[in-house]
Design a protein around this ligand. Structure first.
Ligand SMILES: Cc1cc2nc3c(=O)[nH]c(=O)nc-3n(C[C@H](O)[C@H](O)[C@H](O)COP(=O)(O)OP(=O)(O)OC[C@H]3O[C@@H](n4cnc5c(N)ncnc54)[C@H](O)[C@@H]3O)c2cc1C
Length: 440
């Protein structure tokens, strides 16, 4: 007779709406608990790394911050090596990055945080291949989620989807994860279901990204390899240049308000002359254009405060940009999605063999601290710019003073530098900076 197993039986079906990075990370968690994990995606999913309509941010710079790197590795062990083997370039912060914060240059030194650099299509391709190989995972692409219905006990009953030929299908699942990003319809559904309005915390950031790929000259030996010249309140243009797979470089220029980098070579290179430091302009002058230009407008950074709701339906949770769609200039989106996926993993493991009725409260409690940290990083920096509109927290001047003092202390304090980067990379909470007595 086979030995009795203590492992609880797998649950039946979970559905993930959206096959972006958060949908894939959610599926990686669900595959541990469900016999079948169905990922419903409106785009046709490419077989090779390629841009697709549903992820129109895919043409712009994407790096993994410290927490994203560690989080994906925890969910998909061995992932980093696979990504590097596929061509991603390992960037060590800040040894390999010439980084200017809003107060100017920061020291170039090894802060022991890895941050792989690759095109967004490659990142998604490698992640999708890993997730597709997990037991029970299936993709239903070219299929749009239309609506979700609840039963009389206010739990998800079914999901209505429409395939490319217009056929409608009803799908059933014990748990649905909404990973449809900025397109999420969950706030409207919650209202329709009688749960009321979710609070929307929002900043008008008025950002526009303009990006293209470039080929550097053979034998280039620029160090540090990557440059992230952040905007300053008096010079609000920013730019990022970083090596990616195929010997190419991706360059993203960040404009604010009406000051937008043109989507043509001459205008793009000329605009980069107005960055707070000439290094990106100088490098652009030595490279050859290797792609079309793409622009992406981001009018707002917003956070749906599901964590503040008194009641939440059973069987559905949002994850990724469906919750936190911040200003991506701070490179937090995938790290926050990882934090949420890990909170989902904790919630499911804690309920192994039990019903999932109270999963929402633990899930939101498990990821709110990092969502808050990401929000404060964006808010503190973006409110320095005249083009940003939104509520100014009462302590904003004190936060700016702290950030400026910290910046000035960095050259002589490698440990403070390392710890402050661990905070901005979402690895550690801000309280870990208290011991440095930055404000005396
Ligand atoms: C310009 C830009 C640059 C960025 N750079 C970085 C960076 O450097 N580092 C970083 O960590 N993050 C970055 N981000 C953020 C990052 O892209 C996202 O946070 C991350 O990809 C997670 O997004 P998501 O999967 O939640 O949503 P999305 O990437 O928007 O994916 C949503 C998916 O849902 C699908 N979908 C939508 N509606 C439906 C529907 N009704 N039915 C079925 N499918 C649907 C879409 O087709 C898409 O595939 C950047 C974002 C932008 C805009």
């Amino acid at each position: 007779m086979p030995a009795a197993s203590n492992t609880p039986p797998l649950r039946d079906t979970a559905i993930v709406c959206g096959a972006g990075m958060s949908g894939l990370l959610a599926a990686a968690v669900l595959a541990e608990h469900f016999r079948r994990v169905l990922i419903v995606e409106r785009d046709r999913l490419p077989k090779t790394p390629a841009l697709r309509n549903g992820v129109s941010q895919g043409a712009h710079v994407h790096t993994l911050n410290g927490f994203a790197g560690e989080g994906i590795e925890a969910l998909l062990p061995g992932f980093t090596d696979e990504l590097l083997a596929a061509g991603a370039v390992q960037i060590r912060r800040n040894k390999d990055v010439w980084f200017h914060d809003p107060f100017g240059p920061t020291p170039i030194r090894d802060l022991e945080i890895d941050s792989p650099s690759m095109s967004r299509p490659l990142l998604e391709h490698v992640t999708r291949a890993r997730v597709a190989a997990l037991p029970g995972v299936e993709f239903l692409d070219q299929c749009r989620v239309r609506s979700v219905t609840l039963d009389e006990s206010q739990k998800v009953k079914s999901l209505l989807v429409a395939t490319a030929d217009g056929t409608q299908r009803s799908l059933q699942a014990e748990l649905v994860i909404d990973c449809t990003g900025r397109a999420t319809r969950l706030p409207g559904w919650l209202k329709d279901w009688g749960f009321g309005a979710v609070e929307r915390q929002q900043l008008q950031i008025a950002m526009t990204y303009t990006s293209a790929l470039f080929r550097p000259p053979a034998g280039w030996d620029w160090t540090p390899a990557a440059c992230l010249i952040g905007p300053q309140p008096s010079i609000p243009r920013g730019g990022y240049v970083t090596p990616i797979e195929g010997g190419l470089w991706i360059v993203t220029l960040y404009g604010r308000g009406q000051d937008i980098a043109p989507a043509n070579l001459q205008g793009f290179v000329e605009w980069s002359r107005g960055l707070p430091h000439p290094v990106i302009h100088e490098r652009l002058a030595q490279t050859k254009l290797a792609s079309d230009f793409h622009t992406y407008g981001l009018p707002t950074g917003r956070w749906f405060r599901y964590d503040l709701m008194d009641h939440f339906p059973g069987g559905i949770l949002p994850l990724g940009e469906a919750i936190c769609a911040y200003n991506p200039m701070y490179g937090q989106g995938i790290g926050l999605a990882c934090a949420q996926a890990l909170a989902l993993q904790d919630g499911l493991r804690a309920r192994s063999g039990q019903d999932l009725n109270d999963l929402a409260s633990d899930y939101f409690a498990g990821c709110t601290a990092r969502n808050q940290l990401g929000w404060s990083i964006m808010e503190t920096a973006d409110l320095m710019f005249a083009t940003t509109e939104g509520e100014r927290p009462a302590d904003i001047e004190a936060r700016w003073q702290f950030a400026r003092t910290l910046h000035d202390l960095l050259p002589d304090n490698p440990e403070l530098h390392r710890q402050s980067l661990r905070v901005t990379h979402l690895l550690d909470p801000p309280s870990t900076l208290e011991r440095f007595k930055v404000m005396g």
